[in-house]
Design a protein around this ligand. Structure first.
Ligand SMILES: Cc1cc2nc3c(=O)[nH]c(=O)nc-3n(C[C@H](O)[C@H](O)[C@H](O)COP(=O)(O)OP(=O)(O)OC[C@H]3O[C@@H](n4cnc5c(N)ncnc54)[C@H](O)[C@@H]3O)c2cc1C
Length: 637
């Protein structure tokens, strides 16, 4: 079977050329000063490629041939423990032997000190074979990294600044267990009455007179919830104002709770029992558990009340992870559809030669290249901003010039990561569903038959726009960030409007002019939404004394009322913003590597009419429904 990394030219482009590895490697390798580290970026990237190649081979040979069996067998709860397919257990034994759980951890904690970007590349490769295996894999190294990161942030990790290594970290024993493949963790947020609405979470964190914390409450739908180490979000502070969603979020804290111990004979003794393991439409190899915490001893992470902030740190990486997971599934769907279409005859030729099927396949491959560009950009900036933030806080460079350089890069990367992460989660997961369905359609009747494997892809894809924040929640985040950004810096927005207008006519390269026109459409839509938002707000001021206007306009924003038009169109805006940023990234690639112009050209051909359509819908529809919603009268439909 082909190597899942080496058979993917577009993915290799990023490893070899598309990613500017130097800043990532330099910061990961402490400026190449560590005794046992890589000497330069070239040496490091060669190593990363070797790891990707090794994983590509492993996935093709040891995971892909067994996914149908794992999917058919599924997981179940027996005597309070989750039973997973024997084949999956074997795969995880092999992963342990390859030391892959420690890929991104520092060397002094038993890791390879590889960048998160390499982990994400490997995630795509693994998800192409099976998303259940990939998700469970992520809950090993990802949780160990989170333990380390939280300990650094709360100040319970110590460094030797001479040797450039960690000498002590709060959860060292837990990390060691994970690295050795003996344990893994998970992220416990959702409850029966609170999913998207995190302000409604009810699980409690309580502290006794000795300072020992416990958590109590029911957490549902926990992926890999049969694991030992649970990051649990629980309420420690009273909700001051139940009508204000932010008030609910402010009272949350983050805990790390081990859910079982081992007795002298090595048998598991559960502290927090697993009550259910869900039967699901897809992800059959993945455990989705209900866990019951009842005064379960737990470690408070950081300070009380910081839970939402810490959760966002975990979630940012998790959302990028879902982006790569979705990308892997898209790649699988495309390849399966393409290969089937190339050999299935119909009406005198193979179906890939029929115009509609050829068009579908062409759009699939183009979308995949766009999503991959977005995913790499998001992962790159998230990693850079996280690592630079840590270096500036805990190991600031001695030279002022270097410090200033890092501070500047931090600003750029933080803004870029924040801008694109919800766009990636939204677009990649929605496209995974679309491509799963298209793969079935291209297979005709065979697509509906289990044996062909196309239906598994759609079943697996359907949860991607739901977990780690639904598509609607990603859209709200993208919309709010965009509009609030404009409100905070209206002059900057006006400048951007003017710049893309000028570039749309005067840029030297035709492709650059076309990208500027997409930016023009996007900024035009943003201008429309901000004007609507402001005029709705002004309308709400009528009847109030003029003296109250400045205060009421600048403060007291009621998201339900003032942003209603923008909320109605948030998903469309998100789609438009995703096209805009993908075109910008692909243009940048085309400038640096002219052979990439073809990818941009194909993407623009699809994006131009799509963006025009989205602009049309956003600026011409919605008033009837908004009037009905705002009148508060009767059913919406
Ligand atoms: C297989 C699987 C694995 C999971 N793994 C985990 C895990 O590991 N850890 C964990 O904590 N959770 C996990 N979840 C839970 C998942 O994150 C939640 O299901 C998700 O956040 C949605 O919450 P909900 O189910 O309560 O739906 P709701 O929040 O009730 O949402 C229902 C619908 O309403 C929409 N909606 C809600 N609010 C708004 C709004 N303000 N504006 C517009 N639309 C809105 C949503 O987008 C959605 O379409 C998992 C779920 C599944 C199915």
């Amino acid at each position: 079977m082909a190597n899942y990394y080496l058979d993917n030219e577009d993915l290799q482009y990023y490893m070899k050329q598309g990613i500017d590895w130097e800043p990532i490697v330099e910061i990961t390798e402490y400026g190449y000063r560590a005794a046992d580290g890589h000497a330069n970026a070239a040496e490091a990237t060669q190593f990363y490629e070797e790891v990707a190649e090794m994983l590509g081979q492993f996935v093709a040979e040891e995971i892909a041939p067994h996914v149908a069996e794992i999917d058919a067998e599924g997981v179940r709860l027996q005597d309070g423990e989750a039973q997973v397919p024997a084949k999956l257990r074997q795969i995880f034994e092999q992963i342990k032997d390859l030391d892959l759980h420690a890929m991104c951890l520092p060397r002094e904690l038993g890791g390879m000190n590889a960048p998160m970007l390499l982990y994400y590349v490997n995630s795509e490769v693994m998800a192409r074979a099976d998303v259940s295996t990939m998700a469970h894999f992520g809950f090993h190294g990802g949780i160990a990294m989170a333990m380390l990161m939280f300990s650094i942030l709360e100040g319970s990790t110590e460094f030797d600044n001479e040797k450039l290594e960690i000498t002590k970290t709060r959860f060292a024993d837990y990390i060691e267990e994970i690295v050795a493949g003996q344990a893994w963790g998970c992220m416990d947020i959702t409850e029966p009455g609170a999913g998207s609405d995190m302000g409604a979470l009810r699980a409690r964190g309580e502290v006794d007179d000795d300072g020992q914390w416990t958590v109590s409450g029911e957490k549902i739908f926990i992926t890999s919830g049969h694991g030992k180490y649970h990051f649990v979000i629980a309420r420690t502070e009273k909700v001051e104002n139940p009508d204000d969603p932010m008030s609910g979020l402010r009272g949350l804290s983050m805990f790390l709770a081990p859910t079982y111990t081992e007795d002298a004979d090595g048998n598991r003794v559960r502290i927090a029992p697993m009550e259910r393991v869900e039967e699901k439409l897809g992800h059959h190899g993945s455990v989705t558990a209900t866990v019951n915490f009842d005064r379960t001893p737990a470690h408070l992470i950081g300070r009380r009340g910081e839970g939402f902030k810490h959760m966002l740190t975990l979630m940012n990486n998790a959302r990028i992870g879902v982006g790569f997971e979705s990308l892997g599934l898209c790649e699988a769907a495309y390849r399966k559809a393409r290969d089937y279409a190339a050999q299935r005859p119909s009406m005198g030729k193979t179906i890939d030669q029929h115009e509609m099927i050829a068009d579908t396949l062409d759009e699939m491959v183009t979308d995949i290249q766009g999503i991959r560009a977005l995913a790499m950009h998001a992962a790159y900036h998230e990693e850079l901003s996280t690592k630079i933030g840590l270096v500036l806080k805990f190991m600031p460079p001695a030279y002022e010039a270097r410090r200033a350089e890092l501070e500047e890069q931090l600003k750029v990367s933080r803004a870029a990561g924040r801008r694109v992460t919800p766009l990636l989660k939204y677009l990649a997961s929605e496209k995974a569903v679309e491509m799963g369905r298209r793969c079935i359609q291209i297979h005709g009747g065979n697509g509906y038959i289990v044996e062909y494997g196309a239906e598994k892809l759609l079943r697996d894809a359907l949860v991607m726009p739901i977990y780690e924040g639904t598509s609607q929640i990603q859209s709200l985040m993208a919309m709010k960030d965009t509009l609030v950004g404009i409100m905070k810096n209206p002059q900057g927005f006006v400048k951007r409007l003017a710049q893309c207008r000028v570039r749309a006519y005067s840029a030297r390269e035709p492709l650059a002019r076309r990208v500027a026109r997409i930016q023009q459409v996007s900024t035009g839509v943003q201008q429309y939404l901000i004007t609507r938002t402001a005029s709705d707000k002004f309308r709400s001021l009528s009847g109030k004394p003029l003296t109250e206007w400045p205060n009421s306009f600048l403060k007291n924003w009621d998201p339900k009322r003032d942003f209603s038009c923008a909320m109605l169109h948030a998903e469309r805006l998100t789609r438009l913003l995703a096209d805009e940023v993908i075109c910008e990234i692909l243009l940048d690639q085309a400038v640096k590597h002219p052979e990439r112009a073809d990818v941009l050209e194909r993407y623009l051909e699809r994006a131009e009419p799509r963006c025009a359509h989205l602009q049309n819908v956003i600026t011409t529809t919605g008033n009837r429904l908004l009037a009905k919603l705002n009148s508060g009268g009767g059913d919406v439909v």
